[in-house]
Design a protein around this ligand. Structure first.
Ligand SMILES: [Fe+2]
Length: 374
């Protein structure tokens, strides 16, 4: 039997269309308000528009004009729909993951507004537990049923009770969802917010779990949260992108700026669906927006892992679980230094009233990190 259907999927990592922790007044949200998107459209088009049938990403902020928070925190990770609209008008995402540690931080009402906003833009919010059934969606594309399901598997310091979105730390619910949804679709895409931040390689336990997900029926796993790219593994001819890194995000460390778009062609061949991945590299430039890049790191064996024993790779890279964790602590230290430097460099761009609050909130986060890592 010849090739019948060809479905082109493109997926990106974290999208922050707001100011973050350290760039209040000059971050991406403020930039969009002042300058719009015009300067970045051409480059974004190269990455996001290419006759794809399905465009996916992780929305790492709230999009609303209200918040339950006050002071500095009311400005962080809150995108203004009036300015964010442009981005989604131009780039028609089909679905965005709304199960992560920032999308709910402005409270339930703001979260619901975010879901309304996405739906008004024709985007399916994946992983929401409220406002109808948004845990998963099955889209019919070229006669195939494509199921998209999403969960967060990380702690959320902002939004504890209740969780508005699908969150499962031990993976039991994720596995159940995979088994259930797989029966209803031809291709199952699982979007997971997981892993260790700023690590460029997944944890061994995460890799074992990813294999289990594929064994139970997932066809494509799309990871986000670490803010850096991690390898894409081809396992049982299925695709596991452990972390797609940042896509639109303003962070001061080079590692967090290396990004790109994962393209997967799903092709039916002899009654089976085959998955052909390709990575289009990009680099995040000023103001947090990506441009295509000539970097060919994604052509290397260490980016597309295939047929390897993951345990061997993990051990040759890190030796043990303890050294993985030590590397994580080291990375957090590097990032903190970079953030302090960036903060000092840009202090003149901030309103004076925010400066003591930025320092206070950063110290609070540092303390909670130290308590957690004890
Ligand atoms: Fe995250």
């Amino acid at each position: 039997m010849g090739k019948i259907n060809r479905i082109k999927i493109r997926a990106v990592g974290d999208i922050l269309l707001a100011d973050g922790y350290f760039d209040i007044g000059y971050g991406i949200g403020s930039y969009l308000k002042r300058n719009g998107l015009a300067n970045h459209v051409a480059e974004l088009e190269k990455l996001l528009l290419d006759d794809c049938d399905l465009l996916l990403g992780n929305l790492e902020c709230t999009i609303a004009r209200e918040t339950k928070l006050r002071g500095l925190r009311s400005r962080e990770f809150l995108g203004d729909p009036r300015f964010v609209k442009r981005f989604f008008e131009h780039f028609s995402f089909n679905a965005l993951l709304v199960a992560n540690n920032h999308v709910g931080q402005h409270g339930e009402r703001a979260y619901i507004k975010t879901l309304h906003f996405l739906k008004s833009m024709g985007i399916w919010p994946i992983g929401a537990k409220i406002f109808g059934d948004n845990l998963f969606k099955i889209l019919e594309i070229k006669g195939k049923k494509i199921g998209i399901c999403g969960f967060s598997m990380v702690e959320d310091e902002h939004n504890k009770d209740p969780y508005f979105y699908a969150r499962d730390l031990d993976g039991r619910e994720v596995l159940e969802a995979v088994k259930k949804i797989k029966k209803k679709c031809d291709v199952l895409i699982l979007m997971l917010h997981w892993g260790w931040e700023f690590m460029d390689f997944p944890h061994i336990e995460q890799m074992k779990f990813a294999h289990k997900l594929i064994d139970e029926g997932a066809d494509i796993v799309l990871g986000s949260h670490p803010h850096v790219l991690q390898p894409v593994e081809i396992y049982q001819k299925k695709i596991i992108a452990y972390s797609l890194g940042n896509f639109v995000f303003n962070m001061p460390w080079e590692k967090t700026k290396r990004t790109g778009v994962l393209e997967i062609i799903c092709e039916e061949n002899g009654g089976r669906i085959e998955y052909h991945p390709k990575f289009i590299p990009a680099y995040i430039h000023d103001y947090g927006f990506p441009k295509t890049s000539d970097d060919n790191f994604c052509g290397s064996n260490s980016f597309f892992l295939t047929g390897h024993d993951i345990q061997d790779i993990f051990i040759s890279r890190f030796g043990s679980n303890d050294s993985y964790l030590q590397q994580y602590v080291k990375n957090m230290k590097i990032l903190r230094k970079k953030r302090v430097n960036e903060f000092i460099k840009n202090i003149h761009r901030m309103e004076i009233k925010w400066i003591p609050q930025i320092i206070y909130e950063a110290l609070k986060r540092r303390l909670s990190f130290l308590l957690k890592s004890e």
